[in-house]
Design a protein around this ligand. Structure first.
Ligand code: SF4
Ligand code: SF4
Ligand code: FES
Length: 225
């Protein structure tokens, strides 16, 4: 396989063609935060948290879905990248009406963890929030779409790993939503009890019955201010 020479954060590296920037970074212990990306799934490119600066590119690029190219010079933590990444996280949190202090998944929430790493403090933006009732009619899943960040990992995981199509995305813009069939409630007839979607959800939007409260027994909750 052709080897590609590239530079990440002033380190001269070589990697196989066809790899993405994020894959090369991971292989070389360079940490780029990613929310919608999971190694087990095809890149989704929904969250833009993984953006990096590529010299001579006019815009920041999503590292999870951008293949490396010969001679690329990449900066993963430049001032511009950090500003954009932080703003993306702030916008996600601003439209999200969960409260990390009260959330049962706070200790394992990837959004909250990335927000902490980026030193996101009190909200700067006033944006409309999405409110949905908690759905607990399924014996297998409790769903709270107020905490959904539309990363689509549940859609892809169900589809690619379980070869099922339980979830899809419907509506546009602010009304975009993960739906079951034609926006049916999740009930006992829908889910196949495999937990795959729950294990791939990065926030508190999907959980198991009986799991509520369990995570609070874990690490102490630390909120950056
Ligand atoms: S899902 Fe994550 S970001 Fe949302 S309230 Fe819970 S801990 Fe906070
Ligand atoms: S329910 Fe969870 S996994 Fe699915 S899109 Fe929302 S945040 Fe992502
Ligand atoms: S992790 Fe790359 S766009 Fe979400």
């Amino acid at each position: 396989m052709e080897q590609i020479a590239l530079t990440i954060n002033d380190r001269q590296l070589s990697a196989s063609s066809g790899m993405t920037i994020l894959e090369v970074a991971k292989e070389n212990s360079i940490d780029i935060p990613a929310l919608c990306y999971r190694q087990e799934l095809s890149p989704i490119g929904a969250c833009r948290i993984c953006v990096v600066e590529v010299e001579r590119s006019e815009t920041l690029v999503g590292s999870c879905h951008t293949p490396i190219a010969q001679g690329m010079v990449i900066h993963t933590h430049s001032k511009k990248v950090l500003q954009v990444r932080k703003t993306m996280v702030e916008l996600l949190l601003a439209s999200h009406c969960g409260n990390c202090f009260m959330c049962d998944k706070a200790n394992i929430c990837e959004l909250r963890s990335i927000a902490t790493d980026l030193e996101v403090g009190l909200p700067r933006f006033q944006v409309k929030k999405r409110y949905y009732p908690v759905e607990d009619a399924s014996p297998f899943i409790v769903r709270d779409l107020t905490k959904c960040i539309l990363c689509r990992r549940c859609v892809s995981a169900c589809n690619e790993i379980k070869k099922e199509k339980v979830f899809g995305i419907a509506y546009r813009g602010f009304d975009s939503k993960v739906v079951v069939d034609f926006d049916q409630p999740i009930d006992k007839d829908v889910c196949r009890d495999c937990d795959v979607c729950i294990s791939f959800c990065p926030t508190g939007a999907l959980s198991k019955h009986g799991e509520i409260g369990e995570e609070k027994k874990g690490e102490p909750l630390i909120i950056s201010g």
